[in-house]
Design a protein around this ligand. Sequence first.
Ligand code: ATP
Ligand code: MG
Length: 449
Amino acid sequence: MHITIPAAAARLLARLNDHGYEAYVVGGCVRDALMGRTPHDWDICTDALPQQVKEVFAGHPIHDTGIRHGTVLVMEQGEGYEITTFRVDGDYSDHRHPDRVSFVRSLREDLARRDFTVNAMAYHPSAGLIDLFGGEADLAAGVIRCVGEPSERFAEDGLRILRALRFAARFCFQVEERTGQAMHAQRALLDYIAAERIFSELKGFLSGGGVCALLLEYRDVFAQFLPEICGMFDFCQYNPHHCYDVWTHTAHAVECAPPETVLRLTMLFHDIGKPSCFTRDERGIGHFLGHPEVSAQLANDILRRLRSDNRLREAVVRQVRSHDWPLPETERAGRRFLARLGEEGARWSLAVHRADILAQHPATQPAKLERLARAEALLDDLLAQQACFQLKDLAVNGRDLIDLGLAPGPSVGQELKRLFALVIEGECPNERGALLARVQRPKEHAETT
Ligand code: ATP
Ligand code: MG
């Protein structure tokens, strides 16, 4: 099996070999290259100790911030390459950080401490592929399987449970049976993992292609750190728009959304408030009045707990809150839609609507998709007209109002907002002359309001 490795990486391997050391590219890059994907970085492992690596590359730009874990970053042709000494992890008394790492002499031991067979292969241009655990076969079969005994590997590091789901989702792979059993059985190990690391794996998982089946099959694993989702499990909707229970609908909706973090998180949480808003009318039909607001609040709490950055959290919460808004059918409604969500938010909202529709009862989809297409065309038109959707797009500014005699101060801002509302409502074109003619001075203001 031949892999084409970057010339710079090959030079680093050759230089280590010339000094009498073993060296290989290893891990994710070997896996990606065998799959025909372009690796985003080429990690190198070697039997040279970190100090020896530094000596071999004396004169090269080097960063040794990872040296405690055996990693030296060597720059070659403007790219950084992590060169890590063969190592094994010490005991994991806390299920998340090895108490120490120890350097070892053999590649075999280094490969054996890696998480999954597909991640535990090394490659050298002359030695070829070094695959001691059947990684190549698992890659061909599309299987995520632990190296060694799954329950031991997860006990060492609970984060591997989510890494397994992330890789399975990214490559649309199956989780090998015993590996999967151990993930269910040992999901409580996730309690030991820092929220930031969980969230980072969750985002990675959600951007994968095969998320729906995994969300369904491993719902207990997700519920370990998202207990709020349990209410959705098997929750029957008693509603002709739906053919799935709330969680099954959610899982489908996530996969139907484009793989962007904001959208996937929005779909994950959009109906999380439904169970607590459920009522049935006299005909037995289920309703969920007010659920978007409840979902938005839950999403906000969860994203805070997971230490999401504020921008992402706010964007998701806004999309969850607005996911059930009627789509605009008139220009005025379109302008309001754009004014409330902004251009990017409006586009996200259309994607959210689409994903939601595609996860609903198939019989109800064509009419809804048609309405969606009309809303999309309407917003495209409005945006192409360069219409005004934010205060800063208004054809007049505060200076203009002051020149007209308004006293500088808060009343200028208020008057700008009033003019902006006139434009959004279609009561005044966004033109300087027209707007200036509508300016009210504070005295007139007091008379008319
Ligand atoms: P990605 O494309 O997401 O970067 P990757 O396989 O390169 O995938 P990394 O997290 O960058 O994943 O880790 C590099 C390699 O280190 C992995 O391929 C694996 O061999 C090993 N590894 C990383 N994290 C763990 C872990 N928690 N337990 C065991 N081995 C790990
Ligand atoms: Mg990597």
